[in-house]
Design a protein around this ligand. Structure first.
Ligand code: ATP
Length: 257
């Protein structure tokens, strides 16, 4: 079953087209990584899917067009975590993560016990329980990044759009976060679309990879199909060796020529 379908999505800013004619189906419970060099249009494509930049073409979530959804309904089906979120600094971590429940609250806007439990669960899963009462402004970069993810998890949307979710995280927290996202899609059937710069991680977690270059789709397929040394040289100008680890997963290793 397709959870998310993009058909001919073209998007940009003030008359400048930045992403052109992207067509891709993302099956329910799968993980699509959007990769590509800086400025390729990865974040813009995610924003277009989230309905945050003007776009032409079609974005369907299930059978519904995103363009036809109101903000509240959209936030119930699509959880978007931006790369550099502007955070309401005065809020505590708990109050910030509670914002993820906003699209689910009743007419009086009061959170219930189950909303608070969901928030506590999201904080625990992201190793933030000890920071629950700290103001956001006092968090380190990696802690803030995890708080953003906790808010998106609390939102309980079926499709997660994660822009560079591991930015600023150390390798342990980056792995823990990606494992958590992987677990969500396996346990709950959550569908994931994320941009990723780390190509070894892009080989390990997603099922499919879409390579953007200059706003165009340069390649799409499984990580093994897309992540070849030739292609990475052509589109990133990078010298890399693509190795196979003992467990069969790919490692994209930078090489000095
Ligand atoms: N708000 C904006 N207004 C105008 N141009 C923008 C805006 N945001 C991004 N751009 C431009 O759109 C192009 C694509 O940017 P985008 O952030 O989508 O790329 P990216 O692939 O995510 O890059 P990176 O890997 O550096 O994060 C860039 O040339 C960028 O300068």
């Amino acid at each position: 079953m397709t959870a998310l379908r993009l058909t001919g999505v073209t998007a940009g800013y003030r008359g400048r087209t930045v992403v052109r004619d992207v067509t891709v189906d993302v099956p329910a419970g799968s993980w699509l990584a959007i990769i590509g060099p800086n400025g390729a249009g990865k974040s813009t494509l995610l924003k277009a899917v989230a309905g945050l930049v003007p776009a032409t073409g079609d974005v369907l979530v299930g059978s519904k067009s995103v363009a036809a959804l109101g903000n509240r309904e959209r936030a119930r089906v699509l959880g978007y975590a931006p790369q550099t979120p502007s955070l309401p600094e005065g809020l505590t971590v708990t109050d910030y993560v509670l914002l993820g429940r906003t699209p689910h609250l009743g007419p009086l806007g009061r959170e219930s016990r189950s909303d608070l439990d969901l928030v506590a669960g999201a904080l625990a899963r992201l190793d933030l329980a000890d920071l629950a009462h700290r103001p956001l402004r006092t968090l380190s970069g990696g802690e803030r990044q995890r708080a953003v993810l906790a808010r998106v998890l609390a939102q309980q949307a079926g499709v997660l759009l994660l822009d560079e979710p591991t930015t600023g995280l150390d390798i342990g927290h980056a792995q823990a976060l990606l494992e958590l996202v992987d677990q969500l899609r396996r346990a709950d059937g959550t569908t994931v679309v994320s941009t990723l710069h780390d190509l070894t991680l892009a080989a390990q977690y997603p099922d499919r990879v879409l390579l953007l270059d200059g706003g165009d789709v340069a390649a799409a397929g499984t990580p093994a199909q897309v992540l070849t040394a030739d292609r990475l040289s052509r589109h990133y100008g990078a010298s890399v060796t693509v190795l196979t680890a003992p467990d069969g997963s790919l490692v994209v290793a930078p090489r000095r020529d």
